[in-house]
Ligand binder design. Structure first.
Ligand SMILES: Nc1ncnc2c1ncn2[C@@H]1O[C@H](COP(=O)(O)OP(=O)(O)OP(=O)(O)O)[C@@H](O)[C@H]1O
Ligand SMILES: [Mg+2]
Length: 245
């Protein structure tokens, strides 16, 4: 399964008010694209519009795939909040979408994914009996279970400790090879580690971020990764002070 490139162009509005003007993003196919930007700028709204989900904002413009085919049948999105059903077990949450579609459930695959995100033994637990990071990993397992060519991840690792985060990131990179992945993060280190391409989103559009020439996932402790992270942080500060000016 291979993911297409996605182009987003136009202006994002909240009612009559422009949120992001002059967007022109070309997200490469089969690669990880990372979106950064200040809280409230409109990142989640963009992801929801790509996914075709209801959204408070609207785009005057276009979202198209490089292969000319529709996005909707081949997309899945992991939301910023885990959106787990509180009364259902971890296993049932992972398989909920296929059950709603009337597709056959693959219990072994669901159990294997829960084990891979470090939750073996917890598959019968309900979300109310889990920590925030465990719930986030159930939500990631549900997204991976969907097995789609286009995968939208809205701050998917934000609740995880540093070591768990790194191993779950590596797992996602592995399992999502050849998919088109769009990742939102506030963490410059995560952006540099995982991006094939990255953009800073601001009310006046998008700016492409510089990345090391090495392939992702990058070594978080490597000198070039740390230098790129520092440069990105500097760029983020510049955008914040620029917006405030
Ligand atoms: N359900 C809603 N109804 C009305 N306005 C909304 C709703 N959800 C978001 N907004 C507004 O739309 C704008 C963009 O929100 P969005 O959630 O896309 O931002 P974001 O960049 O993802 O922020 P964060 O980094 O905090 O998640 C914000 O100004 C927000 O106040
Ligand atoms: Mg958001």
């Amino acid at each position: 399964m291979t993911g297409p490139s996605i182009r987003i162009s136009g202006t994002l509005f909240s009612g009559q008010t422009p949120l992001i003007s002059g967007l022109d993003l070309m997200l490469p196919g089969e690669r990880w694209s990372v979106l950064l930007g200040q809280s409230g700028v409109g990142k989640t709204s963009l992801l929801r519009l790509i996914a075709g989900l209801p959204c408070a904002a609207h785009l005057e413009g276009q979202i198209t795939c490089g292969d000319g085919m529709l996005i909707a049948p081949r997309v899945t999105m992991m939301a910023q909040d885990d959106q787990l059903l509180p009364w259902a077990s971890a296993h049932d949450n992972v398989t909920i979408c296929s059950r709603l579609r009337g597709a056959p459930v693959q219990p072994n695959r669901a159990a294997a994914l829960l084990a891979k995100v470090g939750l073996s033994g917890l598959q019968h637990r309900k979300p109310t009996q889990m920590s925030a990071g465990q719930r986030q990993r159930v939500a990631l397992a549900r997204t991976l279970y969907e097995d789609r060519a286009i995968v939208l991840l809205d701050e998917p690792f934000s609740a995880l400790d540093a070591m768990t985060r790194q191993s779950v990131q590596d797992l996602a990179v592995n399992l999502l090879a050849n998919r088109t992945v769009v990742l939102i993060t506030h963490d410059p280190g995560e952006a540099i580690r995982l991006a094939d391409a990255a953009w800073m989103i601001t009310p006046s559009g998008s700016t492409q971020c510089d990345l090391p020439s090495s392939a992702m996932p990058r070594d978080a402790a490597a000198t070039e990764t740390l230098a790129a992270q520092a440069a990105l942080l500097h760029q983020m500060r510049g955008h914040i002070s620029g917006d405030a000016a």
